[in-house]
Design a protein around this ligand. Structure first.
Ligand code: TXA
Ligand code: MG
Length: 352
């Protein structure tokens, strides 16, 4: 990039394709610039998916390993046809039910999709985001847009424009501020190219929802165990890690409260600042912690997903050295939450 000036546009949630900022952003994307924008899951860092030079800039700005492929974002079915060899029966069903939305589908790619986007794989990951700003930008640019999450590699994904700014200011050409994102965790990635559909990354669309549409759906064994090599390259990297040491606490409800409180005492005594991540069911139970962040309830984990990455950043901003996160049940959106918590904690568990 020639200058260290990151453009900043603030846009209303609903925006017209003729809005002067949209026209400007679309033009810049067509010229090969890289620009962050909101989607319904997290902020993405977009580039023209058909321009290898523009895509290369994404990897540099994020510090992303080049063997980790990108998701291509589209606004119309015509754009899908540009990218993929064929759309089979199962893909059709998923598209009908979940697009636009937080579901990424792996397809056999067409020749013209750059090797850089797919990290040399013969497949391409595609999704149609459910966010008016994202869709309007893609439509106005009239291009498929490659976009990973707009964070520095290894950091939590950004759910506000401020998070993007803190990670990437001066490294990218522009940021579109459309307010906080809604889902909070990334899209679910599903691979339909094998015998049985397989979820490679749990996310905004739950396995249960996918099973209702497809019947049998498997979860990549590498997501549950740790021995196997994950099929989605990005899943093998440590991610989302806060600066403080983080543990997940799992077990019987009443025992958990006792255990956490005794750890708070123990760590405070040796001068550590202790942070707790939990749901509102237990908000009042950990009075002696330095910082308690509680979202949603055990019966409705969606607010926890929405605020999860923000919480990890808040712990850092407050200089928390020791974080205890209460485990949630690994079903529904809880599966994606636990997947991200495990990565943030480097798989460290306190089992009671
Ligand atoms: O919600 C989301 O998906 C966000 C927003 C911006 O759309 N994007 C996002 O992108 O999370 P990123 O790059 O942070 O994660 C993409 C994931 C990685 O784990 C990557 O390895 C996987 O998708 N992936 C991409 N192409 C793939 C392919 N052809 N086969 C298997 N996995 C693939
Ligand atoms: Mg990411």
């Amino acid at each position: 990039m020639s200058e260290i000036t990151t453009m900043f546009w603030k846009l209303p949630h609903q925006v017209d394709i003729k809005h002067p900022d949209i026209v400007e952003i679309a033009k810049r994307l067509r010229q090969g610039e890289i620009i962050a924008f909101p989607t319904e899951t997290v902020y993405g860092l977009g580039a023209n998916a058909l321009d290898a030079k523009a895509v290369a800039k994404i990897f540099v700005a994020k510090g992303r390993p080049s063997d980790n492929p990108l998701i291509v974002h589209i606004a119309t079915m015509e754009q899908l046809a540009l990218l993929v060899e064929e759309i089979d029966e199962n893909s059709r069903k998923l598209i009908e039910h979940f697009w636009p939305g937080p579901l990424t589908i792996i397809f056999k790619k067409k020749e013209m999709v750059s090797e850089l986007v797919t990290a040399g794989l013969n497949t391409v990951a595609v999704r149609m985001p459910n966010h008016p700003i994202a869709l309007t930008i893609i439509e106005a640019a009239n291009l498929p847009i490659a976009a990973p999450s707009a964070n520095r590699s290894g950091k939590p994904s950004p759910t506000t424009a401020e998070h993007v700014f803190n990670d990437l200011n001066g490294k990218i050409d522009g940021i579109v501020d459309g307010g906080p994102t809604g889902v909070g965790v990334e899209s679910t990635v599903i691979d339909l190219t094998g015998d049985v559909p397989m979820v490679l990354r749990p996310g905004g669309v739950t396995i249960e929802e996918l099973q209702e549409v497809l019947g049998e759906v498997k979860l990549d064994p590498a997501i549950v165990g740790q021995k196997e090599q994950p099929r989605s390259p990005g899943m093998k990297y440590r991610h989302y890690a806060p600066t403080g040491e983080m543990w997940i606490v799992k077990g019987d409800d009443r025992e958990i409260i006792k255990k956490i409180n005794s750890l708070i005492k123990e760590k405070s005594l040796i001068g550590k600042k202790v942070g707790i991540l939990t749901t509102n069911d237990h908000r009042e139970s950990f009075q002696e912690a330095d910082l308690i962040l509680a979202y949603g309830t055990k019966d409705n984990l969606y607010p926890l997903a929405e605020h999860l990455y923000e919480a990890l950043r808040i712990f850092d901003l407050n200089g928390i050295d020791y974080i205890l996160a209460e485990a949630v049940e690994e079903k529904g959106i809880g599966l994606a939450i636990m997947n991200r918590l495990k990565k943030a904690a480097g798989e460290k568990f306190i089992q009671i």
